[in-house]
Design a protein around this ligand. Structure first.
Ligand code: ADP
Ligand code: MG
Ligand code: MG
Length: 924
């Protein structure tokens, strides 16, 4: 403590003398540690965690972090650095030199460093790292004398030149079918020397490669490879900052909602070498299994390898337990570090390490990416292990990811049949769970195009790289020939929630011919052929295989599996129970049919927030009388048709009430314009005429009469019931007669009648008068009184703005945010695709598609206003939301913040809404 105090005091005196010297560089590792885990905004995730590991006393090679503020400065000042930076970097370099006992650029004891990017949120593989920086024709001699190993020295050198050539000098393949030019030269060299592996190339061969690489750079890029280490360093730093705005980084940020303004940090760190022989190596590991969440140490390593070798899938790595056999002490040390990290971070961590001649170094740690199953399992296990509380556990699972627990698997019978018929092609590593079936695409852009045509796509690659991200996002599944469980394809695929099988070594992929062969088989699959991959088992099968529901769905919805036989279900259930204990928002579902309502209840819905009666009219035997009603020319004709509709509607409502057993059911009266119920084509109209025994001219005339230029703003919603109150009468009668029938069977009923598209209190009053009158009639006729509410949708701006008046009549509001978004933004959802896509992606006018996540600045304001004004008139006013947004996490949180009573969403999103609602409470 006294030292900390002293340090603070000295700092205040120095800041007084050098007031302007702003700090841009922070040390970590042996020598000096300035940062800590909480400083991610300033140091980026990698830098902050390197500092934190140093604090924990873990062996971190000495280094420093150039803060994200420099990135911001760099882009604000025409790509220039703050003037203090150079001096601070030189000072920090000196500190590394002292800690390591080597000097940067020194010909006898040269310090080599890595230059690594590191944004606030981890962006796996997005930004490029340069290793072995500081090597040149002079310093390489120093490495040779120091290590006595010329082969090693030139191996580092050739890696450095190719990385620098690629990342800083921009020598990359020029088109997608071309291989990396450095890789081509390397293969060429191996062929010339008659060897198979990189490790079999001798010092001479590698030295030649260095020269060939430099010549390649000179020839293809017209620049000379810089020999001066300081020039190398600043080139690399500039490249890291520059890469913040390269296309793939920008796409990744878009996909993951990371703001451009955050910027990246740059980490410069003394090199340690995993390629110094068989007592050296490099590896990556997770403190728990990232696919299942099981509490076992999980990872992979390669001996005599450097940096990205494990991830890049050049050689297939070994499972981490094998390290125990050959390097027991290191393995024990890793186990200790695993425990220390989990206890400290109280999280499942992902680590990178390197062993240099029997000494272990930690190069990175971060919170580990995991499947949804693993996320749920680690969260629950850690509560049991008393590492976290159940509330923290709730924050550990992204609501949207619960989707993955609800994802389909292959129908086992169908898959068994496929295997029997010899359609099992090969097996890879099961990197991302789920079952996917679709057409083969070999390139990311082809995958995008095929998905846009409406096909399910499996992206098949030798390996994936960050350039493939768009294609991976478009594909249902990802299949690679190379790479392990921690390869790019596996990491990114898992995070995206894709079905993913990697390291299928039997696949022989020919990008140029656009075909894939299977080693030892005669099968040739071409682009667009059907293929199926099983992300649970790693199996790859020819052709399509039907999929079937997940374990959770089988237990909850299909009831075909008992909970005791479903461990994933039980974990899911535990999480949902915790969520329900915490959340304040009620959760309802949008469901139109009894089966859907049953599903919704099974998923935890506490009621129905929206039943769209019009969907019922399309059912068997219902569309006929509906059309008759629309074609009616007199009130009598219309009443006659409505009388036929009454019993079918009544049966529909009774079915729903029975399933809900006293939970509230919000029934919306007819909403869409009537022409939607009539066919617009000649043949269809003839059919209707025949069915109803009227002339086709009459049908045609009616369709023409109902034609609207802008049906969305036309004769729909409450406008229909106001002009034709007999329609409302019939619907309300059906609701209450159904309620009476169900109640007579001893089942409680709680109907809530909802009037759509109300903008004026008089509209609502006209319709509620009908509702109350008919409800009273039914009560009188049957002698059974049903408690009910009458309310309205708030879905046009005038309705929101006059909510105080509307609340004098309404007993509840429900925000119809689909229409409210359309009417507030003046954007038709059906016509918006062409500009709304670019609005979000390119121009960043809206941060997210406003039809997906509530536009809080506009639509959200109206919701706030309506809630406040409505409750000012009627304190007991019940308010919910029933637009698509009701099942989207950020919108649920917003609904919690403005104090709604419930959200309502489609049945399969109910679990997501439950968790999001709990998180909304905990986030405060
Ligand atoms: P990414 O963000 O893609 O994970 P990293 O900065 O972690 O990139 O670096 C890529 C690889 O280089 C990793 O495998 C890492 O372990 C290795 N590496 C980075 N710095 C050093 C270093 N100083 N010594 C040895 N290996 C390093
Ligand atoms: Mg890394
Ligand atoms: Mg609407």
């Amino acid at each position: 403590m006294p030292t900390a105090k002293k340090r603070r005091r000295t700092r205040t005196t120095t800041t007084r003398t050098a007031k302007k010297a702003r700090r841009y560089v922070y040390g970590f590792g042996a020598g000096r540690t300035d940062g800590r885990a909480e400083m991610k905004a300033l140091l980026g995730g990698k830098g902050a965690n390197l500092a934190e590991m140093s604090r924990l006393g873990l062996p971190v090679p000495s280094g420093f972090t150039i803060s994200t503020e420099v990135c911001t400065y760099y882009y604000d000042h025409q790509r220039r650095y703050p003037s203090e930076l150079r001096g601070q970097v030189n000072e920090a370099l000196k500190r590394i030199e002292r800690a390591v006992g080597k000097r940067f650029g020194d010909p006898t004891h040269p310090l080599l460093v890595s230059v690594r990017s590191g944004a606030r949120a981890s962006m796996p593989g997005m930004m490029d790292t340069i290793l072995n920086l500081g090597l040149n024709d002079r310093t390489v001699q120093g490495v040779i004398t120091e290590t006595g190993d010329a082969r090693f020295a030139y191996d580092c050198y050739r890696r450095f030149v190719s990385m620098y050539g690629d990342v800083v000098l921009g020598l990359k393949p020029t088109h997608k079918d071309e291989e990396d030019p450095f890789e081509v030269a390397l293969q060429e060299k191996k062929r010339a020397r008659g060897v198979k592996l990189d490790t079999e190339l001798d010092a001479n061969a590698l030295r030649e490669l260095v020269d060939e690489f430099k010549a390649l750079i000179k020839m293809r890029k017209g620049v000379t490879f810089p020999e001066d280490p300081h020039e190398q360093l600043w080139g690399a730093v500039g490249a890291v900052f520059g890469s913040w705005h390269n296309e793939r980084a920008v796409i990744y940020r878009k996909l993951n909602d990371i703001p451009d303004a955050w910027g990246t940090a740059v980490n410069v760190q003394a090199m340690v070498f995993g390629n110094m022989g068989d007592d050296s190596g490099t590896g990556v590991a997770f403190t728990r299994d990232p696919s299942t969440g099981e509490n076992v140490f999980y990872g992979e390593f390669l001996l005599n390898a450097q940096g990205e070798d494990v991830v890049a899938g050049i050689r297939t790595p070994l499972p981490i337990v094998q390290l125990q056999r050959t390097h027991a002490a290191i393995y024990q040390q890793l186990l200790k570090i695993r425990r220390a990290l989990e206890r400290h971070y109280r999280e499942m961590m992902d680590i990178e390490f390197t062993i240099q001649q029997g000494v272990l170094y930690m190069l990175q740690c971060r919170v580990g990416k995991r499947t949804a199953t693993a996320a749920v399992r680690t969260a629950i296990d850690m509560v049991k292990e008393k590492l976290i509380s159940s509330k923290q556990a709730l924050m550990r699972v992204e609501p949207e990811r619960l989707n993955e627990l609800l994802r389909p698997v292959f129908d086992p019978a169908q898959k068994g049949l496929a295997v029997k018929n010899g359609r099992l092609l090969t097996k890879g590593l099961n990197a991302g769970p789920g079952a996917a079936t679709g057409r083969i695409a070999f390139h990311a852009d082809d995958a995008e195009a095929m998905a846009a045509e409406g096909h399910r796509v499996i992206l098949v690659r030798i390996e994936t790289s960050p350039e493939d991200i768009r294609g991976m996002a478009a594909a249902d599944g990802i299949l690679t020939a190379r790479g392990g469980m921690t390869s790019h394809a596996a990491l990114v695929g898992r995070q995206m929630g894709k079905v993913c099988v990697v390291g299928c070594e039997a696949l022989q992929i020919d990008y140029a011919k656009r075909e894939v062969r299977i080693e030892g088989k005669s099968t040739v699959l071409r682009e667009r052929d059907a293929i199926s991959i099983d992300g649970f088992s790693g199996e790859v099968l020819q052709g399509e295989i039907p999929t079937k529901p997940s374990e959770v769905v089988q237990v909850i919805v299909d009831k075909s599996l008992a909970a005791k036989d479903a461990p994933t279900y039980r974990m899911y259930e535990q999480l949902m129970t915790w969520a329900d204990d915490v959340r304040r928002l009620g959760i309802r579902a949008n469901a139109d049919l009894p089966e859907q309502c049953a599903q919704a209840v099974a998923f935890g819905a506490e009621g129905v927030g929206l039943t769209r009666t019009e969907h019922m009219f399309f059912g068997e035997g219902k569309i006929g009388p509906m059309r008759e009603m629309i074609l009616a020319e007199t009130l009598e004709e219309r009443r006659a048709a409505l009388a036929k509709l009454l019993p079918v509607q009544r049966a529909d409502f009774a079915g729903i009430f029975r399933v809900l057993r006293g939970r509230p059911v919000t029934v919306r009266l007819i909403d869409p314009p009537l022409h939607e119920f009539l066919p617009h084509d000649e043949a269809g109209q003839q059919q209707v005429a025949d069915d109803l025994g009227v002339s086709v001219e009459r049908v045609r005339a009616r369709v023409a009469a109902l034609h609207e230029f802008n049906p969305m703003l036309g004769f729909r919603g409450c406008r229909l019931g106001i002009v034709h109150p007999e329609i409302t009468e019939m619907q309300v009668r059906a609701i209450f007669e159904a309620a009476v029938a169900v109640k007579r069977d001893g089942i409680p009923v709680k109907p809530e009648v909802m009037i759509p598209l109300v903008g004026h209190v008089k509209e609502l009053r006209l319709q509620t008068d009908v509702v109350r009158r008919v409800a009273a009639d039914v009560a009188r006729e049957t002698g059974v009184k049903i408690p009910y509410l009458v309310g309205t949708m708030i879905e046009v701006p005038r309705g929101a703005l006059t909510a105080d008046e509307i609340a004098t009549v309404a007993e509840f509001f429900s925000f119809g945010t689909n229409d409210l978004t359309q009417t507030t933004l003046g954007v038709s959802r059906d016509d918006a695709a062409r500009f709304l896509g670019p609005y979000v992606a390119d121009f960043e006018i809206y941060p997210r598609d406003p039809f997906e996540a509530v536009d809080q600045g506009g639509v959200g304001q109206l919701m706030r206003i309506a809630t406040e004004r409505g409750r000012r008139t009627k304190r007991s006013l019940k308010i919910g939301i029933c637009g698509e947004h009701g099942g989207e996490a950020s919108s649920v949180r917003f609904c919690h913040e403005i104090d709604l009573d419930y959200v309502s969403c489609s049945p399969f999103r109910v679990p997501i809404a439950r968790l999001a609602a709990a998180q909304a409470v905990l986030a405060r």
